[in-house]
Write a protein that binds this ligand. Structure first.
Ligand SMILES: Cc1cc2nc3c(=O)[nH]c(=O)nc-3n(C[C@H](O)[C@H](O)[C@H](O)COP(=O)(O)OP(=O)(O)OC[C@H]3O[C@@H](n4cnc5c(N)ncnc54)[C@H](O)[C@@H]3O)c2cc1C
Length: 622
């Protein structure tokens, strides 16, 4: 429906300079930049999925996760997490040109400056000395470059109280970041409650400082209200470019080094999904894997690059022993706080239930199809959230921090890792370094550890505010499914395997419950449904509530090929080259060593931009 399906490549060249695996958020950013900056070099992107139309999560006629667009996504059920009453995580990732930017919730925020500084801290002195800094200062120019920001109209800004600071932006790409021209009439109710809790509005949350109440842009075209994603912004709209090819409907199986991992760029082995044929693609310069946090480790593992013990079990010849491949899985998770109003004013209009009225809904659909688009369908899932630090949530935060530090100093932290890692010094040392970095981060009153997004305040039968844990301490794994290595991998989230995560979860829930005591909420008779007053002084009951009600994934898997030194369990260095392999890089959300306190697409674009600059720097003039 975007009119570019015919633009996929049907005839391959005999070889390419750069072969990129995955036409996703980071992958297409890199392909666009390389093919533009290096016109004499050829770039091929190999993508598992096809070119599909990707509606926003709340666009008519289909809604998010409905089967109609299931062809554009993988759906996973993780292995059970024993510490969470054997709950499994429902996880999706994009399987389409545009990757997950094509199916996500379009909430377009960045982490706080401290989240990215923590990436470098977790890497230790070697990373702090690196010329290619992956801290906030080193990444901010790429955040700016990666999107084109359009400020809201004067009337929308006046009506809803939108604030922004254009100095956080400045890019001219075709990836749009804008504010929707619509809000539900009851959106300010919770906003007033948050303010009464002492949470302060922040003028611009994309500039590194976001502790407070944030307006968050949406990844949408400011005129049409339609989703803006990598398939459009970094492929369709930059064509024609003679040196930029895209091969769809092909699965990258593995990379092969005929003469060992130091012998130069590997060959990429590919499966044509249409007829099952397998063939090789030759890269003259590099293979760059950008298949996302759940698939990048599978390609490396099938290549014999991964934990030696696992590869032995899998009967895959060892090429490089890198235990970190498929380790370090993290995601945002959290339980809800549910409440009802006894006295919500029926005069507030429109609210989400207004969509039940056929006339209102018909006008909403008509408005979405106008130019410029207007009305509820432009709102996506909403664009406001609070971000709160641990010290601001609880005066007892120091006890939690000292528990984290003590777990490291006593050596017990190692026992929270998957058993296969507990005797590998690099994995233990890397995890300890992460925990100490997180202890510093969580002590910082400016570094948020809770997010609670909202778009409305009253959805029948009960309103929910979610407590997203932004910086979890537990670590999971991604492993090939040995009975079917080309199929979806096995995800073991191991949520709650570090028990201190329960302290962080209960702190978030206790904090959110105090919303119901604010005059703004009492005014409308807000009444808690769950967890309820019984948990007030009862930590055990609250932990049970967390285990019963937690959602294990808010669709932000990351960190499974971490950018860390090898002796800290890392898979890639600050140049994104796989440790010990020549001509092979990874660039996507698997390289982030620590989960950032935001939804991930803005970071995935920035990672792509910075990766492209590093690669261009190496090859320009060669
Ligand atoms: C349902 C959902 C909701 C989300 N909501 C938000 C949100 O509101 N805001 C936000 O900022 N972030 C959100 N995210 C997260 C964010 O979109 C992703 O973290 C980010 O886009 C990941 O980028 P990536 O480049 O790492 O991977 P992706 O963009 O997922 O790209 C990976 C690509 O590799 C391809 N691929 C995989 N394996 C192979 C193979 N073997 N061969 C060839 N190709 C392969 C895939 O098909 C895919 O196209 C959401 C994600 C999901 C799934």
């Amino acid at each position: 429906q975007y009119g570019y399906t015919e633009r996929q490549t049907l005839q391959l060249r005999s070889s390419y300079d750069f072969v990129i695996v995955g036409a996703g958020t980071s992958g297409l950013t890199i392909a666009d930049r390389l093919s533009q900056a290096l016109p004499s070099k050829t770039v091929l992107v190999v993508e598992y999925g096809k070119i599909e139309y990707c509606p926003g999560p709340f666009d008519p006629p289909t809604n998010w996760l409905e089967p109609a667009d299931s062809a554009s996504r993988w759906v996973f059920n993780s292995l059970p997490s024993p510490e969470m009453k054997n709950k499994t995580a429902f996880v999706t990732v994009g399987q389409v040109v545009g990757g997950s930017s094509c199916i996500n919730g379009m909430f377009f925020d960045r982490g706080s400056r401290f989240d990215y500084d923590a990436w470098t801290d977790a890497g230790g002195p070697e990373f702090a000395r690196s010329d290619v800094k992956w801290n906030w200062k080193g990444l901010f120019p790429y955040f700016k470059k990666s999107v084109k920001f359009t400020k809201p109209s004067h009337s929308a800004a006046q009506k809803y109280g939108y604030t922004w600071d254009e100095s956080a932006y400045g890019g001219s790409t075709d990836i749009s970041s804008s504010y929707p021209p619509f809000q539900w009439a009851d959106q300010p109710v919770l906003r007033d409650g948050w303010k009464e809790m002492g949470i302060k509005p922040v003028k611009e949350c994309a500039g590194g400082d976001k502790e407070g109440i944030c307006w968050v842009p949406t990844s949408q075209n400011p005129v049409t209200g339609r989703r803006s994603h990598a398939g459009i912004g970094h492929y369709a709209n930059v064509l024609p470019r003679a040196n930029y090819d895209l091969l769809v409907n092909h699965q990258a199986i593995r990379v092969v080094y005929p003469k060992g991992p130091q012998s130069g760029p590997p060959v990429l082995e590919v499966l044509a999904r249409a007829d099952g044929t397998i063939f090789n693609i030759t890269a003259q310069a590099e293979v760059i894997i950008s298949a996302g946090a759940l698939h990048t480790p599978t390609i490396l593992q099938r290549s014999g690059i991964g934990p030696a013990s696992f590869l032995l079990t899998a009967n895959i010849p060892l090429v490089l022993n890198l235990p970190g491949v498929g380790s370090n899985l993290q995601d945002h998770s959290g339980p809800p706080v549910n409440f009802n109003y006894t006295d919500f004013p029926s005069s507030l209009f429109p609210v989400p239930s207004s969509m039940l009225n056929a006339t209102f809904k018909a006008d909403a659909i008509a408005g979405f199809n106008e130019t410029p688009a207007r009305g509820p369908y432009t709102l996506s899932l909403g664009n406001s959230a609070i971000y709160v630090s641990l010290p601001h949530m609880s005066p007892k935060y120091a006890t939690i921090i000292s528990k984290i530090r003590k777990a490291v100093s006593s050596g017990i932290a190692a026992s929270y890792l998957p058993s296969e890692y507990q005797s590998i010094p690099a994995m233990v040392s890397g995890y300890n370094a992460q925990l100490l970095t997180l202890a510093d981060l969580l002590s910082n009153p400016e570094a948020p550890n809770l997010e609670s997004p909202w778009a409305t305040s009253n959805i029948s039968p009960a309103t929910t505010v979610w407590s997203f844990l932004l910086h979890p301490l537990s670590r999971g794994t991604v492993r090939l499914n040995l009975t079917s290595p080309l199929a979806q991998p096995l995800l073991d989230y191991r949520m709650g395997s570090n028990p201190i995560d329960f302290d962080l979860h209960t702190t978030g829930v206790r904090f959110l419950r105090t919303l119901l005591d604010t005059p703004a909420m009492k005014k409308y008779g807000a009444t808690e449904v769950s967890p309820g007053a019984a948990v007030a002084g009862n930590e055990t009951a609250l932990v049970e509530y967390v285990k019963d009600q937690i959602i294990l994934s808010f669709q932000h898997p990351c960190c499974t090929a971490p950018m860390l030194p090898k002796d800290r369990g890392g898979v890639v260095g600050t140049d994104l080259k796989v440790h010990g392999a020549k001509g092979l890089r990874v660039a996507d959300m698997s390289v982030s060593p620590l989960l950032v306190g935001s939804h991930l697409s803005a970071t995935a674009y920035a990672v792509g931009e910075k990766a492209a600059d590093i690669i261009i720097g190496q090859w320009k003039g060669h």
